[in-house]
Design a protein around this ligand. Sequence first.
Ligand code: GDP
Length: 443
Amino acid sequence: MDTIAALSSGAVPSGVAVIRVSGPRAKAAVEALTGRAPPKPGKVSLRVFRKGGEPLDKGLLVWFASPKSFTGEDVAEFQTHGGRAVVDGVLAALSEIEGVRFAEAGEFSKQAFLNGRLDLTEVEGLADLVNAETSLQRRQALAQMSGALAELYESWRGRLIRALGFVEAEIDFSDEDLPDGLTGETVPVISKLIEEVRGHLEGAHLGERLRDGFRVAIYGAPNVGKSSLLNRLAERDVAIVSEQPGTTRDFLEVHLNLGGVPVTVVDTAGLRSAEDEIERIGVARGLVQASEADLRLLVMEAGAGDPVDLYETARPHVVALNKSDLMAGSPPATQKELADLPSFLISAKEGTGIGDLLDFISKRFRERVEAAPAVVPTRIRHREILTRYEFALQRALKVVDKESPDLLAEELRQAMWALGEITGRAGVEDMLDVVFKDFCIGK
Ligand code: GDP
């Protein structure tokens, strides 16, 4: 069993740095660097860290004894000053200790999982928490890291185990005096589980969006100011703004934090009957993008006519009437086809009206988040496995009547297997790479 070491805090230089060591040689590492045994678990000790005889830094040492540590192993955390030479020196000193090597990306978390300290959904929650950029993302990630999904799936698994117990009793003791219809008792259990997973899956889209960002597609005729609006949103130049129609051939994305809601705004290629091939592809992809978005934002020039061909392809949710600065005083004539949609008079050039538009978008998504259940699946991985779980339960219901407890037991086992896959209690090997691949070193 290797002992692993890595810088667990962010990029150096920084005020302080945390270098974490986990494994059976953690104690030896403390002794090598400080000349003394570790302090009591959970206690902080101020020490000089040395390489050979040479002092590298004076810092804090925290000791966690197995199994009460993040990884479940002995863990030492060296809190040093975050200078490059200090961190390099401490890491070099650690690497000289026999049995200690540098950690791979995600290896501390993997160890925590392997030692049963965290299940896979909690590990994912931890990764999401580290990556959270908005307050709502943080809330969702923290709940997941704290076991919200794990508890739910474990409770489902517990009920399945009981139901399976009934069925297996019927299989094993069919000749003996068992009350009739034990298998039948599983029907209400299965039906209730199906109902619950369906409700749970309804929140999946939202959970995934909260994690990855809601998508807003900006679309509209060429030259109405889509790229200018995107630039305005980004407050930096991300799109090429030009007076030539059709210059935005690919997608440009801007990530925004709208009152805690993560939003990705995508500028689609100018929609029009494209002349050349590249542009046609861009337009087609733009259309797809527009239709897959959570919110379609149609940009048009204030006072211009209805671009019927555009919104017949993808009806907008909200309209931005741009170039308001060019209008002579009076508000634009109502766009008759779009009159029932919320619309905002803006000037991408001068920045007017943008705040109201963003408030509207943020409110729209916030309402959806607030209406959702507190615990939702957050990854496609969850959704796919939960769907398989639901199918297994449905097949189980179908075979109950056939008086074939063997078939029923098999379907219930499939359902349990699926839940075990989400939490990492079954079929672990295949999933580890998927879950840990996005981790950075030191986590
Ligand atoms: P896109 O093809 O829809 O992406 O349009 P662009 O953002 O490239 O803008 C086309 C032209 O309209 C450029 O010359 C912009 O400077 C101009 N433009 C964009 N927004 C405004 C605005 O609010 N007011 C004025 N006066 N011009 C604008």
